[in-house]
Design a protein around this ligand. Structure first.
Ligand code: TEU
Length: 556
């Protein structure tokens, strides 16, 4: 018996600004989401994770919240979100909201109060420090969105901490009153009937109180603050408190976004005995095509690294904690352009990548457009990009002497706008996303790649995802089986087994454009097996995999 509903669920992430616009203002909205629920139901989705829809000045598309208890006016109203919740529940689907509590917007009334005076009761809701003896920022810390992580505020003559943009001041979790206010706000939403939270950079909330300088790595201007807040000193205490005060009172799912968390950390966070979270988002597999810690410093993916990374997560958490599974989200480039082939083998490789991920243990997350194989974007002009991280990075890297071409290459490969171009619904103007001018340009391939075309083609990526989702529901072994990596050193094939008491699955994925030979041992093991799912329509010997083939065998 699998008791926890989220262990058998498949989640679909909606990035509201880019999903579906019903007003013609060029931005998606909540009524637009409601319009598409039958589409999600058809795909087989159990849970929708909605990126932030709260009131916000939109410096970071809603990850800068001005009012946690109101809806951003361009997305709709509180009635709209309540209707969305009802419409989901009536279809037997659930709603997980984004919880952004490492920081707020600088326009949140807590921060307005906080910056107004050193004596404000809200002063300690944020992290204020004096400058150093030269009047410079308190530490050498760099912000994740470029520049210093400290901003000087004239009014009171102190600096405030912002790990992200200047408009995203960090909250001070040391303050019990702040924590209480956050728990009240969470309760407010859970009492409306939502089914859980995805918690933004939740392993950043506890800061080392010494505020020491970070190491300055080569080619970088600022010190690395990571060691002073990633999985910080009081993180487990805070999460346990949050669980006790709020989460434990509801039947909900929680997933913590956790850059810098290892499998050992994940085990602590997700071990049910610790009463913290149900699962976390790891970043390790997303960091394998970059040089140590700098996402803009590109390097080609070595498949062996990817396989060993998944193996580590799959085996470490098995039987104790729980994994989330994802290739994509609103911060990552499109997977088919990244680890697949978005030219002649787009459909084939998208299905292979889906096979590889969806046969693992964990809760799969699908990001809007992934199910139709949407691709990265390539704008010639920097002016067409909207993402604050990308724009700040351009400025910083130029100052460090990177050439325009080198920076643009990095943006094409890794920029967050790759994932944020509007959802492609059909082949009418602006892909049916809006009747107005989209906030970010639609990918010019929309006439070819869109949901309507996918729905009309029984061999589409959409229907392949639908089958993978159904298999998870039909075969418990996908949820429970043990993981064993096969063909460890092969640099083209990602092969693994899922083992149960009475049956097993063998998952074979070719990440290359060549036909490849399988190990004799693998060939032996699948001799008597039946094919559970495959993206390959050509008949061929069981000794090989065709380019970008993904096939799952079942042995019972
Ligand atoms: O992202 C956290 C984070 O550190 C990275 O994923 C970040 O997006 C960046 O790519 C690092 O280079 C979360 C949200 O998912 C992201 O959209 C927000 O911008 C960020 O937190 C701040 O709230």
């Amino acid at each position: 018996m699998i008791n926890e509903w989220w262990k058998k669920s498949v989640v679909y992430q909606i990035y509201p600004i880019s999903f579906n616009d019903t007003t013609g203002n060029g931005k998606g909205d909540i009524p637009g989401i409601i319009e598409k629920l039958d589409y999600l139901k058809k795909l087989g989705i159990d849970v929708v994770w909605l990126s932030p829809v709260y009131d916000s000045p939109q410096a970071d598309n809603g990850y800068d919240i001005r009012d946690y208890r109101n809806i951003y006016k361009d997305y709709g109203t509180m009635e709209d979100i309540e209707r969305l919740l009802d419409e989901l529940h009536s279809r037997n689907m659930k709603l997980v909201m984004d919880l952004v509590v490492n920081h707020t917007s600088d326009e949140h009334h807590w921060f307005i109060e906080s910056r107004s005076s050193k004596d404000s009761p809200y002063r300690d809701y944020y992290i204020w420090k004096d400058g150093n003896e030269n009047g410079e920022p308190p530490t050498n810390w760099g912000s994740i969105f470029s520049g210093s992580a400290w901003e000087f505020d004239e009014k009171t003559g102190q600096y405030y901490l912002h790990l992200f943009a200047k408009k995203q001041p960090d909250l001070n979790w040391e303050n019990p009153k702040l924590r209480e206010d956050i728990y009240d706000m969470m309760t407010y939403w859970l009492d409306k009937g939502i089914d859980g939270f995805r918690m933004d950079v939740i392993n950043f909330i506890s800061k080392d109180q010494e505020f020491k300088d970070g190491e300055v790595k080569e080619g970088v201007q600022y010190g690395d603050p990571g060691p002073f807040f990633v999985n910080g000193p009081r993180i487990h205490e805070f999460l346990q408190e949050m669980n006790k005060e709020v989460i434990s009172k509801y039947d909900v799912m929680t997933v913590g976004e956790m850059p810098g968390a290892s499998p050992a950390d994940a085990l602590e966070y997700t071990n049910p005995a610790n009463n913290e979270l149900d699962m976390i988002f790891t970043f390790e597999h997303m960091g394998l095509d970059e040089h140590e810690g700098d996402k803009w410093n590109l390097k080609p993916l070595n498949l062996v690294d990817l396989k060993e990374n998944f193996e580590k997560w799959q085996t470490s958490l098995h039987g104790v904690g729980w994994n989330s599974l994802y290739w994509n989200n609103h911060d990552q480039p499109r997977i088919v352009s990244r680890f697949g082939n978005d030219e002649e083998s787009r459909v084939k490789s998208a299905k292979m990548l889906a096979t590889c991920l969806h046969m693992m243990q964990g809760t799969p997350f699908i990001y809007q457009g992934e199910e139709i194989g949407m691709m990265n974007i390539h704008f010639d002009n920097l002016e067409d990009y909207r993402d604050i991280e990308t724009l700040n990075m351009y400025k910083e890297k130029s100052e460090l002497g990177w050439s325009h071409e080198k920076i643009m290459e990095a943006i094409y490969a890794k920029g967050r706008d790759n994932a944020r171009t509007p959802m492609q619904w059909n082949n009418t103007a602006c892909a049916g996303f809006t009747t107005g001018t989209p906030w970010l340009q639609v990918n010019s391939n929309y006439e070819r790649i869109n949901a309507e075309t996918s729905l009309a083609d029984e061999n589409s990526i959409f229907y392949y995802y639908q089958r993978l989702i159904q298999l998870r529901k039909d075969f418990d072994i996908i949820t429970t089986g043990e993981f064993e990596l096969l063909m460890r050193n092969d640099s083209n094939v990602f092969a693994y087994q899922r083992k149960g008491e009475r049956e097993s699955l063998t998952v074979l994925c070719n990440f290359s454009a060549q036909e490849v030979e399988l190990d004799q041992k693998v060939v032996e093991s699948i001799k008597e097996a039946s094919v559970l799912i495959t993206n390959e329509d050509k008949n061929h010997s069981r000794g090989t995999l065709l380019p970008y083939e993904g096939t799952v065998f079942r042995i019972s």
